[in-house]
Ligand binder design. Sequence first.
Ligand SMILES: Nc1ncnc2c1ncn2[C@@H]1O[C@H](COP(=O)(O)OP(=O)(O)OP(=O)(O)O)[C@@H](O)[C@H]1O
Length: 353
Amino acid sequence: MAALDVNGIRCSYNGKAILDNLSLQVAENEIMCLLGASGCGKTTLLKAVAGLLPVTRGEIHIHGRKMNGGGVEVVPERRNIGMIFQDYALFPHLNVAQNVAFGLQSKESNKARINTRVAEVLELVNLAELGARYPHQLSGGQQQRVAIARAMICQPGLMLLDEPFSNIDTQVRMRLIGEIRALLKGQGIGAIFVTHSKEEAFAFSDRLALFRAGHIEQVGRPQTLYQHPQSRFVADFLGQANYVPASVLDKCTLLTAMGPIVSQAALDAAPGTSGQLMLRPRQIQLSLTEQGNGRVLEQQFLGTHTRCVVECQNLRLEVSINEPLPAVSQVNVKVVPHALTFFPDSEGQRAVA
Ligand SMILES: Nc1ncnc2c1ncn2[C@@H]1O[C@H](COP(=O)(O)OP(=O)(O)OP(=O)(O)O)[C@@H](O)[C@H]1O
């Protein structure tokens, strides 16, 4: 059974539909990321799932339980969800242990049981020693871990996270992302996570749904969306891409100005179709040789890699290499063998001359 099943929902503000006929499923213990530009409707979907915004069409089920429609409207506190926000939303006048206990107090009256459970979740988020501190005495990362502990204390079936890492220093962000991911996985909790950072989406999610103006453009594993985007919108949103004019020669070969390029998987276009071959900067290899077919135009050493711009058969290609090449290099440009991503031109098919 899915942790979450959103089926054809519509949500509006002041009569204007922001989401229309939107569907999305999140499996048990799966972390789904909603990624997209500002204003595309990610938070609107999160609010609809939480029950903070009315859904005027379609249905939402959480662990098979119907949340809305046909006279049903489950209030947020009865949806068995945990919520974590960008600004932590901790009570400044309560210490860490009191903040964490807060959610449980309406469900559990036995003080000893509350204290035991608070100690358990503080241990889980590595804050066992800091129960007596107040929020202003904690770092951003520690405050966000308190918020996670508070959301987890009631053992939610689904966790909703709205840009939880935006206020965290870049140095600790990736570590915190790793920790919280491991925590959710370890506790078997499914989650939806909203961000507009593709790095966070890649690092945190099992699958990601890329939003575009109120609809989902593509949903799938991060690597699949990065390496095999279904549209140029997805390709460009997720990172730098080169486009090389090409036409389909046979089911596994494209003809380009760089010569024929063989795909490691069958192409989804008929022979004769013209379009664009998409190449990520890491899908192009350079080797130094005086008889090479390319010339280095520009280089920037960026620490983890070097951005290199080469000219090859009148194409300007951005390539990612480890170390900078000697200045004014002549290079051989080769496509790394892989399953090629090819976008046919919208005009349709043209015969190869
Ligand atoms: N309370 C509101 N009243 C009217 N319009 C709203 C309201 N809240 C959001 N909107 C509009 O709905 C659209 C979607 O907003 P939403 O907050 O879901 O976007 P988002 O993808 O989460 O963006 P961001 O990344 O900036 O948080 C936007 O055009 C926004 O202006």
